[in-house]
Design a protein around this ligand. Structure first.
Ligand SMILES: [Zn+2]
Length: 239
């Protein structure tokens, strides 16, 4: 106990959003900032906006995103998670999401977790796949295995953030290839990504998987960056 106090004193940690000093119980984000995050509560809403993005495209069972990609602080957190070698803050938020979602049975019947694959060139450049860290956090809570070798990203498409909405659909067609269909067949697969905007990347991945038949698909992401005027149960006024 004393030893941890000394470490805290020598190496103080700060909240990634407000820069206030963290106490011993806090990790990455202080309790005040955590409280103010723009939670979507989409996991509590059947036929929510995230789910509807995938209707008509995929055999979708459930879909939800944990947070609205709306507040400046959160955007910085996700940016740091994606581009600045800080996978642990995303993994931490994903753990909080997994605990909440697990409580209401969101992960019921899920057989395997598949993070959206990065193209090998981008993975090499970034050093890690941020979706993998989210998947791993969910797996740590549910005990469901994470599968990373069944599907390959065969096209290194231009960053989605720089492409107009209408161009996105064509940009993501056939960018994935199933390498080990036997791992996926007959399974309820949870696809995991960091941010959903139009859902086009996940639709492309889901379609590639759905060609196998005999699969069920659910989707979860840490953030939702699409239309904020949607049918979520929201108790948070900050967004
Ligand atoms: Zn803070």
């Amino acid at each position: 106990m004393i030893w941890t106090d000394i470490i805290e004193l020598l190496f103080p940690r700060y909240c990634i959003i407000c820069n206030e000093r963290l106490n011993k119980q806090e990790s990455h984000i202080c309790i005040n900032c955590l409280r103010k995050l723009p939670y979507t509560n989409s996991h509590l809403t059947k036929e929510n906006t995230i789910e509807k993005l995938f209707w008509y495209h995929l055999p979708i069972q459930r879909a939800a995103s944990y947070l609205f990609y709306s507040s400046t602080g959160l955007r910085e957190v996700i940016h740091s998670f994606k581009y600045y070698d800080n996978p642990y803050v995303g993994a931490y938020l994903a753990r909080l999401m997994a605990l909440e979602y697990n409580d209401v049975g969101f992960f019921k019947d899920i057989d395997i977790i598949v993070p959206v694959p990065l193209h090998w060139q981008r993975r090499l450049h970034r050093g890690y796949n941020q979706a993998y860290y989210i998947a791993k956090s969910i797996s740590n809570v549910t005990g469901t295995p994470v599968i990373t070798n069944a599907i390959k990203r065969i096209k290194n498409n231009t960053s989605q953030t720089r492409i107009e909405h209408q161009q996105r659909q064509s940009n993501v067609s056939s960018i994935f290839k199933v390498i080990h269909p036997e791992v996926l067949r007959g399974k309820h697969i949870l696809l995991v990504d960091d941010v959903i905007t139009t859902g086009s990347t996940l639709i492309s991945l889901g379609k590639t998987i759905a060609e196998l038949n005999d699969v069920r698909i659910s989707i979860v992401s840490l953030c939702y960056a699409g239309n904020f005027f949607c049918n979520f149960v929201s108790e948070n006024e900050d967004w």
